[in-house]
Design a protein around this ligand. Structure first.
Ligand code: FES
Length: 167
């Protein structure tokens, strides 16, 4: 192998995009491939209103989150075919992006925390940074539960990290 080729391969190996692409999950419903923070979901800004029990209206960008009967306190579940993690704690349901705010890889539950395999960032179960290099927390989305207990995640409506939805 020529030294030029070796140099090229070293540059490729150091590329964050390549480093991320090997470990990111596919998300066909979000257009496939790896998400980049802020690009998977349109939002209305943090601090928006939370979801409320009984609401069944859906809008583009809403994602089904299963039935509340399938959740329990301590739930931290990445929803299939989406870049969303659904959580439940003593105060209620919440949902967050799994797109790491560092460079856009997908985080995954690791015990009661969320771990980014690309560069090792660690987030608590509410998306707060426990360890960098990520500096920003995970984005939260509004959640609603209809009368039958069906959960909807409203990815177009960003909410504060403390917002919870109860059935
Ligand atoms: S993308 Fe770098 S720590 Fe997550």
């Amino acid at each position: 192998m020529s030294s030029r080729r070796r140099t090229f391969l070293k540059v490729l190996a150091a590329s964050p995009l390549l480093a991320c692409s090997g470990t990111a999950l596919e998300s066909p419903s979000d257009g496939g491939g790896q998400g980049v923070a802020g690009s998977d979901f349109g939002g209305s800004g943090a601090g928006g209103k939370g979801g409320s029990a009984g609401s069944s209206a859906t809008t583009p960008g809403d994602k089904p989150g299963g039935n509340i009967s399938a959740t329990s306190i301590g739930t931290l579940l990445v929803l299939p075919n989406s870049a969303i993690v659904l959580g439940r704690d003593a105060q209620g349901l919440y949902a967050m992006t799994i797109v790491c705010p560092h460079q856009g890889c997908y985080v995954a539950p690791q015990g009661s925390d969320l771990y980014c395999p690309c560069h090792g960032s660690l987030f608590d179960s509410n998306g707060n940074v426990l360890r960098g290099p990520a500096r920003a927390p995970l984005t939260h989305f509004a959640v609603s539960v209809d009368a039958a207990g069906n959960i909807a995640i409203h990815t177009g409506s960003l909410v504060a990290a403390a917002v919870r939805t109860t059935a």
